[in-house]
Design a protein around this ligand. Structure first.
Ligand code: UD1
Length: 418
């Protein structure tokens, strides 16, 4: 597996464009089998998770091809409703396939999903919602067997605004008989994107982006040609890189309201932020004040997918920060690696206490998950001296050409085969 060699301490300068959002592209790919007509998803980034999802579609018998940067799916010949454990274990988002496959085939079998090792990540909310729509579910020997005679619209109340469960409900309800109402839905921008995509196919969904979503089942869905929203987490990662290194960077493609809480936190750090339309400019001296508190919350709160990067940022800040992770149980696995770089962090359950040190120093560290890996890269960019970051497979799951984009901003980062 590859590693990065990073020479820290360079200011960043320039313009970087965000890729399409990983967390939009994955459910949209899952949604592409809802119709037998051709679906085109534009500008799909070459990230491992998207490639894995494309592989899953092929396994079902669909044609799914990369053309330029777009993915074209033709699932007229799809005939399988089973996803092998090799692929579901790679990618937790394969759980969205439950909703899509049930709509298309009234049957779905998937192995218990995998993904980042950041907590228990149960799927009880997905399964109980599907049951409300009339699905019978059996779990045996690591597989989930789902079937139904018809899908029937229902009132579903989510105890927690799960992103994946909300998306799965949309996918299972678009062609269900009658009306489905989801109370307590997740409000993430990627849910709105999925609604727009589905409505482009002829679905009748409204309310995404609020906590009540209504889905009126339709008889048929047509093909669609769709460009997903850009990746607010990737964009946030580049803004934070600039905050840490100092310099001036413009990130393009993401609406500021989609990362408002991050922009607020970066201002607290002492950065200058100028946001207009889909351009966000940051100026940083590189000498940051710690945030007193960063607490992850469902949207529009501070995203859990930027928590690790925020810890890295605060590690080299002035003062101290309390980081609270409310979404996942074990999302601090990167902390021992940051400590190797001189960070002073204590973790107690869901809370990390960060005492800012003057400057982190370079070290050899290993990425253990996607965002934790990104946090190590950010820390290395700001550190004094050279670092090596191993196990880039995790980072490749969500960032297309991280090295190229950072190099374009003036960072010194090389990717080499180990
Ligand atoms: C999605 C994102 C992920 C992000 C997360 C939270 C995708 C592909 N991934 O993941 O990047 O970190 O939202 O913003 O979009 N939960 C249950 N039971 C369930 C479902 C979830 O208890 O049935 C819990 C989870 O264990 C977790 C919390 O709810 O503690 C949030 O999970 P959820 O919103 O479902 O996240 P994902 O959809 O997995």
């Amino acid at each position: 597996m590859d590693k990065f060699i990073i020479d820290g301490g360079r200011r960043l300068q320039g313009i970087v464009s965000a890729q399409s959002a990983k967390n939009s592209v994955l459910p949209l790919l899952a949604a592409s089998v809802l119709t037998e007509k051709q679906v085109t998803i534009r500008e799909v980034p070459a990230i491992a998770d998207a490639l894995c999802m494309v592989q899953i579609l092929r396994e079902l018998g669909a044609r799914a091809d990369f053309r330029g940067g777009d993915v074209v799916v033709d699932s007229a010949d799809a005939c399988s409703h089973e996803i092998s454990s090799a692929l579901t274990k790679e990618l937790r988002s394969s759980v969205f396939m439950l909703g899509s496959l049930l709509t298309r085939f009234r049957r779905a079998v998937i192995a218990y999903p995998g993904g980042c090792d950041i907590g228990l990540r149960p799927i009880d909310l997905h399964l109980s919602a599907l049951k409300r729509l009339g699905v019978k579910i059996e779990e045996r020997e690591g597989f989930i067997f789902c079937k139904c005679d018809v899908l029937r619209g229902a009132e579903i109340a989510l105890d927690f605004p799960s992103v994946g469960a909300t998306e799965n409900i949309l996918l299972a309800a678009v062609k269900a008989e009658g009306r489905t109402v989801v109370q307590g839905a997740a409000k993430e921008p990627e849910i709105v994107d999925l609604m727009n995509f589905l409505n482009g196919m002829g679905a009748k969904v409204r309310g995404a982006g609020t906590d009540v979503i209504e889905i009126e089942g339709v008889k048929e869905l047509r093909g669609v040609d769709y460009t997903p929203i850009k990746d607010r987490i990737e964009a946030g990662t580049y803004l934070m890189a600039c905050a840490i290194c100092g310099g001036e960077v413009e990130v393009r493609g993401v609406a500021p309201e989609n990362i408002r809480m991050l922009l607020h936190k970066l201002r607290e750090n002492g950065c200058k932020i100028h946001a207009k339309n889909d351009k966000i400019r940051i100026g940083s001296s590189g000498r940051l004040k710690c945030n007193r508190r960063v607490e992850t919350m469902p949207f529009p709160g501070f995203p859990t997918d930027l928590q690790a990067q925020a810890t890295a940022l605060n590690s080299g800040g002035e003062g101290g920060a309390v980081i609270v992770e409310n979404l996942f149980e074990t999302r601090y696995k990167y902390v021992p690696e940051l400590r190797r770089m001189g960070a002073d962090i204590e973790v107690n359950g869901r809370t990390a206490f960060v005492r800012g040190v003057k400057r982190l120093h370079g070290a050899a560290v290993t990425a253990g998950d996607l965002r934790g890996g990104a946090a190590l890269v950010l820390a290395a960019l700001g550190a004094e001296g050279a670092s090596e970051v191993f196990d880039l497979g995790h980072i490749d799951r969500g960032y297309a050409d991280l090295q190229g984009k950072l190099t374009g901003l003036g960072a010194k980062i090389k990717r080499v085969r180990v």
